[in-house]
Design a protein around this ligand. Structure first.
Ligand code: GLA
Length: 356
C-alpha cells in the first residue's frame, strides 16, 4: 500500500456480565480487549478487500452481498450510503490477532473498524454512537443475524481500564472503572464452536418474545419474578427467569465493583454461568467441564461462558498465579476432548482508533 494509507485498530470484546440481555431491553457490562482487527485503507479505482489471514480477497465496483466474511465490509459501505455518507472506492487490507469464532466478536470489530476506516479516508466525523448503530444495522439487516447492540457499542465506545455499562433499552451508557489490583481477568478459548449457534440464537430471541406475550408484557423492563412464575410453558419460563435474574446480577455487579468486592463479583459470574447453562441453555459440555474444573480452585473467584454461547470462550476472575491452574485444567480438558484450550490475559482497550 502507498503513502496515503490510513491504519485502524478495532478491538474485540469480552463481557463481564449481562449475557443475552441486550435484545431484551436489559443491562450489559462488556469491555474491549487488546486483541485487534487491523485495517489498512487507501483510495483506489475499484473496491478491493483482502484478508491477510484467509489469503484471499475480492474486487468489485458495486457493493453486493457475497455470503462471505467480506459482507461485514460490503454491508458497511451499503449502510453508510443509506445514511447519506459518500463512500468512494478503496483498497482495504484486513489482518487480525483476534481469534474468530471465539465469542469475542470479531464480526463487530470488522464492521465498526471498516466503517471507521472509511470515515477517516473520506474525511468525515461520525459520532461513535451513530457508527455503532450503523454497524448494528449492517449485522442485522445486511448480514442477517438478529443480534443486540452490545458488541458494536463496545467496539466503538470502550475506554481502557473501564467496563461499559449499557442500558440497551435507552442506549445510555457509562464507564465503570475496573479496579482489580492483584486479581485479574482471563479469557479461555475452548476451541469449540458448535454449528447450531446462529439458529439457536434466533430461536432464543423468539422464545423471549413468546414469554413476554405469555406474561402480557411488552418489555422485560416491566417484568418481575412474580410475572415469570405465572408462565405455564416450562421452557419459556426458564428463558424469562434467565433474563430477569441476569439483569439483577448486572446491577449487583456494579455495586460490588464500586465496593471493590471482587469475591462477590466472582460469585455473580458463576451464578450467571449456571443460569446460562440451565435456564437459557446456551452452554455446552466442553465449557461446562472447564467451569467445573475451575471451581476446584479457591483462587478462582468466578467464571462463566461469554457471548452468544454454544462454545467460544469463558471469562475467569482469579487471584494469584492463574497460569499454573490453567495448565492443570487444560491438561484434563485435552485428555477428555482432544483439543487444547488457549489462555488470553485480558487487558482492557480503548474502542476503535486510528494509529496512522
Ligand atoms: C452475541 C450477540 C450480542 C449478544 C450476545 C449474548 O455476541 O452479537 O448482541 O446478544 O451474543 O449476550
Amino acid at each position: 500500500m502507498g503513502d496515503n494509507k490510513i491504519v485502524i485498530y478495532s478491538p474485540g470484546r469480552a463481557n463481564l456480565i449481562g449475557e443475552h440481555t441486550d435484545y431484551n431491553d436489559g443491562f450489559v457490562l462488556p469491555f474491549a480487549i487488546k486483541r485487534y482487527i487491523k485495517i489498512e485503507i487507501e483510495p483506489s479505482k475499484r473496491f478491493k478487500v483482502f484478508s491477510q489471514q484467509l489469503k484471499k480477497g475480492i474486487e468489485f465496483d458495486t457493493p453486493t452481498k457475497t455470503n462471505s466474511w467480506a459482507d461485514y465490509v460490503i454491508g458497511m459501505i451499503v449502510k453508510l450510503q443509506e445514511h447519506g455518507y459518500r463512500v468512494e472506492p478503496f483498497t482495504m487490507h484486513v489482518d487480525s490477532d483476534l481469534p474468530m469464532g471465539a465469542g469475542l466478536s470479531s464480526s463487530a470489530a470488522l464492521e465498526v473498524g471498516a466503517g471507521y476506516a472509511i470515515s477517516q479516508m473520506m474525511g468525515y466525523e461520525i459520532n461513535r454512537e451513530e457508527l455503532a448503530k450503523i454497524a448494528h444495522e449492517c449485522e442485522v439487516e445486511f448480514v442477517g443475524v438478529r443480534c443486540g447492540i452490545m458488541d458494536q457499542y463496545t467496539v466503538a465506545l470502550s475506554k481502557e481500564d473501564h467496563a461499559l455499562f449499557i442500558d440497551t433499552m435507552t442506549r445510555e451508557y457509562k464507564y465503570v472503572p475496573l479496579r482489580l489490583d492483584d486479581t485479574k481477568l482471563y479469557l479461555i478459548n475452548s476451541g469449540v464452536k458448535h454449528e447450531l449457534g446462529s439458529s439457536e440464537y434466533n430461536k432464543r430471541r423468539h422464545e423471549c418474545e413468546l414469554s413476554l406475550q405469555a406474561m402480557g408484557k411488552s418489555s422485560f423492563r416491566e417484568v418481575t419474578l412474580e410475572d415469570v412464575e405465572k408462565i405455564q410453558d416450562p421452557v419459556l419460563k426458564k428463558r424469562a427467569l434467565h433474563v430477569v435474574t441476569e439483569n439483577a446480577r448486572v446491577l449487583k455487579t456494579l455495586t460490588a465493583l464500586e465496593d471493590d468486592n471482587l469475591v462477590l463479583v466472582g460469585k455473580y459470574l458463576y451464578e450467571s454461568h449456571y443460569s446460562l447453562k440451565d435456564n437459557y441453555e446456551v452452554s455446552c459440555e466442553e465449557i461446562d467441564f472447564l467451569i467445573e474444573k475451575l471451581r476446584e480452585y479457591s483462587n478462582v473467584l468466578g467464571a462463566r461462558i461469554v457471548g452468544a454461547g454454544f462454545g467460544g470462550s469463558i471469562i475467569v476472575l482469579a487471584k494469584g498465579n492463574f497460569e499454573s491452574i490453567f495448565e492443570k485444567v487444560a491438561a484434563s480438558y485435552r485428555v477428555k476432548f482432544g483439543i487444547s484450550p488457549t489462555l488470553l490475559n485480558v487487558e482492557t482497550s480503548n474502542g476503535v482508533h486510528r494509529v496512522l
